[in-house]
Write a protein that binds this ligand. Structure first.
Ligand code: ADE
Ligand code: ZN
Length: 338
């Protein structure tokens, strides 16, 4: 019988909450900065890693946006995405849904096409080489105005064939989903699916807004739903997926200790929970490290891991037939390895 660790490492799984700019490892950051003749304010990879101490989301975002500013050429976005695919291939992630933040780049004069096509080209290559399937989700930066999001949406329409959905990220508190109701309405009319970060640092009321005003298919994070019993009831009733990010929650002090993480409580309440890595280069681990850290901190069984792996496919944007095939892979793995 496999140990829980080996079981976690081997199970086929999907990732649904991953910012591609958050996979930027310091080694690659230095290499790309050098070839683009860009300065970074650290002298070594070790110094960069030591700087990754955050007290909250904004602390992290300041460093994350500074890191992303060395990405210039289409090849940079390709290399960033390729490095992530190499990691997840080793982790038995067979499907991934990737966020990107176009405004972080277009506001620095980088063309939208450079960003999206660099990422897309790597995703195509990952499909060809390893059979990893993927979807791209374009996030609007919520600390900026809705009018800037509308402009970004207009640019995205030309790339509708490679972008499955739109999302909402960046500084949450003070920037509720209601601020983006009109641009989400337009995105839906244009045929994009919708998701939004809500209830990471923001209150349960922001999750209600994401459901009722943005008509989201998933809530990213969603931890703070536990502050509102009626909301939990509604999320369970809708089978609304929550893309939970344990190591992110620890590093950004959403929880003080992983032992206090609400993931198991959420599962016990009947919520459709998935495990994700968010920004793995900054938070100390990719998807398997998130599962492994949880398994050490909480009382997680192989059965829980199977439920979480199945949820990751159920909650994905894959077609129903493909979801069924992937869930069958999880069942087959579980039968062989339990
Ligand atoms: N952008 C990248 N990671 C994020 C997070 N955890 N919350 C909000 N915006 C983000
Ligand atoms: Zn996120």
């Amino acid at each position: 019988m496999k140990s829980l660790e080996a079981f976690i490492r081997g199970i086929p799984k999907a990732e649904l909450h991953l910012h591609i700019e958050g996979t930027f490892e310091p080694e690659l950051m230095f290499a790309i900065a050098q070839r683009n003749h860009k300065e970074i304010k650290y002298n070594s990879v070790d110094e960069v890693k030591r700087a990754y101490q955050f007290n909250n989301l904004q602390d992290f975002l300041d460093i994350y946006y500074a890191g992303a500013s060395v990405l210039i050429e289409e090849q940079d976005f390709y290399d960033l995405t390729w490095a992530y695919l190499e990691k997840i291939h080793e982790e038995n992630v067979i499907h991934t849904e990737i966020f990107f933040d176009p405004q972080t780049h277009t506001d620095r004069g980088i063309p939208f096409a450079t960003v999206v096509m660099g990422i897309h080209r790597a995703l195509e290559e990952g499909k060809k080489k390893w059979g990893i399937s993927s979807k791209l989700i374009m996030c609007f930066l919520r600390h900026l105005d809705e009018s800037a999001a509308v402009k970004t949406l207009e640019e995205a329409i030309e790339y509708k064939h490679v972008i499955a959905g739109v999302g909402l990220d960046s500084s949450e508190v003070g920037h509720p989903p209601s601020k983006f109701q009109r641009v989400f309405e337009r995105a839906k009319q244009a045929g994009f699916l919708t998701v939004a970060h809500a209830g990471e640092e923001g209150p349960a009321a922001y999750i209600w807004e994401a459901l009722e005003l943005l008509d989201v298919s998933r809530v990213d994070h969603g931890n703070n739903c536990l502050q509102d019993d009626k909301l939990v009831e509604e999320l369970v009733r809708r089978k609304m997926p929550l893309t939970v990010c344990p190591l992110s929650n620890l590093k950004l002090k959403v929880v003080e200790e992983l032992e206090e993480h609400p993931l198991k409580t959420m599962m016990d309440k009947g919520l459709m929970v998935t495990v994700n890595s968010d920004d793995p280069a900054y938070f100390g681990g990719y998807l398997n490290e998130n599962f492994l850290a949880l398994s050490q901190a909480l009382n997680i069984s192989k059965e829980d891991v199977v439920v979480l792996a199945k949820n990751s496919f159920i909650a994905s944007f894959l077609d129903l037939e493909v979801k069924k095939e992937m869930i069958e892979k999880v069942d087959a793995y579980s039968r062989l390895n339990s």
